[in-house]
Design a binder for this molecule. Structure first.
Ligand SMILES: Nc1ncnc2c1ncn2[C@@H]1O[C@H](COP(=O)(O)OP(=O)(O)O)[C@@H](O)[C@H]1O
Ligand SMILES: O=C(O)[C@H](O)[C@@H](O)[C@H](O)[C@H](O)COP(=O)(O)O
Length: 165
C-alpha cells in the first residue's frame, strides 16, 4: 500500500454502510478506524437526535476535526464521514491534502430500509435531507465511487481495487 493511500474517508449518506465498510477496509489495510459519529461536537448529536438536519455551520467544526484527525495519523487511518457535499470534501482536503474518498452509492429505498431496521441516533426522517445535501463524488476528486448495495466483502473488494488502481 503506497503512502498516499493511507488517509481514507468512507463517505456517503446515513445508512450507506460507512461504518461497516470502513471497519472492514481498515482491517484489510491494517489501519485503525474511527467513526466520524464519534468526532461530532455533542451539540451536533443532540441536534440530529432531535430530528433536525445539520447545516454548514454545524458541519464545519466537525469536518475540521475529521481532517485534523486524519492528518495527525502518520501511520494512516480510515474514517467514516458522510462528507456529503463537495465543499465538505474540499474542507477535509484542506486539512489533509492526501485524503482519498470512497463514496458508497446505495438506492434511497435501501437506505431507508436499513435506517428503519437499526437503532441509531440518526432518525430515518433525516434521510431526505441527507440525499438533498449529497453531491456525488466528481471525477476530478480523489478516490472512487462504489456500489454499496451488495455484500460488504464485495464493497470492500471494489474499494481496495479502486484505491490500488
Ligand atoms: N452492504 C450491506 N448490505 C446490507 N446491510 C448493510 C450493508 N452495509 C451496511 N449494512 C447495514 O446497514 C445499516 C447501516 O450501516 P452503517 O455501516 O451503520 O452505515 P452508516 O455508517 O453509513 O450509517 C447497519 O444495520 C448495517 O448492518
Ligand atoms: O453531515 C451530517 O449530516 C451527519 O454527519 C450525518 O451525515 C451522519 O450521517 C450522522 O453522523 C449520522 O450517522 P450515520 O451516518 O452513521 O448514520
Amino acid at each position: 500500500m503506497s503512502a498516499n493511500l493511507r488517509h481514507i474517508v468512507v463517505a456517503g449518506p446515513s445508512g450507506s454502510g460507512k461504518s461497516s465498510v470502513g471497519r472492514a477496509l481498515a482491517d484489510h489495510f491494517g489501519l485503525p478506524f474511527i467513526d466520524g459519529d464519534d468526532l461530532h461536537p455533542a451539540a451536533n448529536i443532540a441536534k440530529m437526535s432531535a430530528g433536525t438536519a445539520l447545516d454548514d455551520a454545524d458541519r464545519m467544526p466537525w469536518l475540521d476535526i475529521v481532517a485534523s484527525t486524519l492528518a495527525a495519523a502518520s501511520e494512516g487511518l480510515v474514517v467514516a464521514c458522510s462528507a456529503l457535499a463537495r465543499r465538505y470534501r474540499d474542507q477535509i482536503l484542506r486539512g489533509c491534502p492526501d485524503a482519498m474518498f470512497i463514496e458508497l452509492r446505495v438506492p434511497a429505498a435501501e437506505l431507508e430500509r436499513r435506517m428503519l431496521a437499526r437503532s441509531h441516533f440518526m432518525p430515518p426522517a433525516l434521510l431526505r435531507s441527507q440525499l438533498e445535501a449529497w453531491e456525488p463524488l466528481g471525477e476530478d476528486e480523489p478516490g472512487a465511487s462504489v456500489a454499496a448495495d451488495q455484500p460488504i466483502a464485495d464493497v470492500v473488494a471494489e474499494a481496495v481495487a479502486a484505491l490500488e488502481d
